[in-house]
Write a protein that binds this ligand. Structure first.
Ligand SMILES: [Zn+2]
Length: 237
């Protein structure tokens, strides 16, 4: 059997929203598994964006910097980006794109990495200040910590993953995009956008490797509750 293309993640979305904010995997280790993807950093200190094998951090104001290999993370998902589908796009909102791309997927039961390059008439982004100790659930803290900001008439790249609903305990179900602008100055988690012209590249992934976090917070966390807050935390449209 040919080797399956794999998506790798450390931590789970449920561990992240249930306050497991420190991980045990370094950026250097994650690089072995991928050159494309998204995540966050220990203490949820900004948004991670991995594009063209460069690991960026967007600080709370969305300013990008390149991340050192020794930084550890509580949640990240990456692949070695190798798309098999490529199509041009015109005039798509996030909602339009969701419908359009889902129809392009060969199966609704696999995982996908999605890159979209293009011109955005508007894009609404989010980043955040780090979680204060003592750690509390993200649904309690994020409304005060996050900052939203928008850009208009910019060129940039959406870096995304799509997970099927049956994996919602592990990762955000549906689309999850982060963004970097073409100058690699500004980025963040994507809440909404209007794309005027672009190109989408899709990689289908049929293998999933998950590293669980080897610390007391993960070992003792309630990892089943809180899924209902994922939409509120990650999807504002
Ligand atoms: Zn995100």
């Amino acid at each position: 059997m040919a080797k399956k293309q794999q998506i790798y993640q450390t931590g789970t979305i449920n561990s992240l929203i249930n306050a497991v904010y420190d991980g045990d995997t370094t950026i250097g280790e994650i690089k072995d598994h991928g050159d494309f993807g998204l995540g966050t950093f220990d203490m949820v200190d900004g948004e991670m964006i991995v594009c063209d094998n460069v690991y960026y951090r967007a600080d709370q104001d969305g300013n990008l910097s390149i991340v050192n290999d020794d930084v550890t993370v509580p949640f990240a998902v990456v692949s070695k980006f190798n798309p098999s589908i490529e199509i041009g796009l015109n005039n798509k909102s996030f909602n339009d794109l969701e419908v359009y791309l889902t129809e392009l997927f060969p199966s609704k039961n696999m995982v996908y990495s999605i890159k979209i390059t293009g011109h955005f008439t508007k894009i609404l982004l989010r980043s955040e200040a780090c979680q204060p100790r003592t750690y509390r659930k993200m649904s309690e803290t994020m409304p005060d910590l996050q900052k939203t900001f928008s850009q208009e008439n910019v060129d940039g790249v959406l870096i995304g993953v799509w997970f099927p609903k049956y994996l919602e305990q592990l990762n955000v179900p549906g689309f999850h995009f982060h963004y970097v602008d073409s100058a690699r100055q500004v980025g963040g988690h994507v809440f909404n956008f209007e794309l005027s012209k672009g190109r989408v590249f899709i990689q289908e992934l049929k293998s999933l490797q998950v590293d669980l976090i080897d610390n007391d917070e993960f070992a003792n966390a309630d990892l089943v509750s809180g899924a209902e807050s994922i939409d509120q935390l990650e999807k504002q449209r």
